[in-house]
Design a protein around this ligand. Structure first.
Ligand SMILES: [Mg+2]
Length: 305
């Protein structure tokens, strides 16, 4: 067997086999590779134990010139964790229900042909990634869309998957109502070394880009390539109506005087809670957490789309 690596480009795909789609991904990808003179694709499937990091590392080790993340935001997050800081670009084949990164980038999540052709021969753009280092247990991860500690993460853990599929972000509102009687947690938030919050909150959310499902923008000013994190601190007033002021704050894009939602920007944020609370990265519940430091890595990931 001859080594054709230097002459023929090879793509790898890291695919979540649990996502059912009405297309034959293998066949479609083979067609696009052949049309563009690429070699046979390296095929990797994610598992529950390894949702993409190990597969992306193996794809790099085998010399892939491009890695296509095919799945939901969880798969994308894991592949990005391996590719961030390197030269190999990432392609996107959105197969999830949220596909938040793809939507924030304006990708048509129903156009599989367009996605694959863009991944192989599209234009490249660099985006920021956020590195999140949590303690207890120590874990170093990256995310691309948004992360949170507190109530928003509880919602992610509790959202009914069927409902999420049917009605999008309204499912989060449903979970939100079911989680209403939550207690605030004392939080300290430091941005670029300066303490900006030290009080009871229900949620601290950190965004790299702004949109969630249904076009609702949690972070109205967030841009994925501005080298800045956007931070939202949610602290509803007592009683059920308190959450309405949070929603009003988000819809009012933080321009109200109400302290139910406060927005900040910076390059690094450190969040310390008085006790553990739910933690989520790009919509995946990551257990409970008490302390995390998040830093922006400007332009660390190359996307081809
Ligand atoms: Mg940004």
């Amino acid at each position: 067997m001859t080594d054709t690596r230097s002459t023929t480009k090879r793509a790898a795909i890291v695919i979540n086999p649990a996502k059912t789609v009405d297309i034959d991904v293998r066949e479609l990808l083979a067609k696009h590779c052949e049309e563009n003179g690429w070699g046979e694709t390296l095929w990797f499937e994610t598992t529950e134990d390894d949702p993409g990091v190990g597969q992306a590392k193996e794809a790099l080790a085998q010399g892939a010139d491009l890695i296509i993340a095919a799945g939901g935001d969880g798969t994308v997050r894991c592949v990005a964790e391996v590719l961030a800081g390197g030269d190999v670009p990432m392609g996107l084949l959105p197969l999830g229900t949220g596909n938040l990164l793809a939507r924030n980038l304006g990708i048509d999540v129903t156009d599989y042909d367009g996605a694959l052709s863009g991944a192989l021969v599209g234009t490249e753009r660099k985006i920021d990634v956020v590195r999140a280092r949590r303690s207890d247990p120590d874990k170093d991860q990256v995310f691309l869309v948004m992360a949170g500690m507190g109530y928003d993460a509880t919602i992610m853990a509790d959202t009914n998957q069927d409902l999420k599929h049917k009605v999008g972000w309204l499912a989060y509102v449903d979970a939100g109502i079911r989680n209403l009687p939550g207690k605030p947690v004392k939080a300290t938030v430091e941005i670029d070394g300066k303490r900006v919050v030290h009080r009871g909150v229900r949620s601290v959310m950190v965004g790299n880009c702004g949109k969630v499902q249904g076009g609702l923008e949690i972070f109205p000013d967030a841009k994925i390539d501005d080298g800045l994190l956007d931070i939202a601190v949610l602290a509803p007033h007592h009683g059920k109506l308190g959450w309405l002021s949070v929603l009003a704050g988000i819809i009012g894009k933080g321009k109200t005087k109400d302290t139910a939602v406060e927005y900040f920007q910076g390059k690094a944020v450190e969040i310390s809670l008085e006790h553990k609370d739910d933690y989520q990265l790009d919509g995946d519940h990551e257990g409970e957490n008490k302390h995390v430091r998040m830093t922006i890595e400007p332009g660390a990931l190359t996307l081809r789309m």
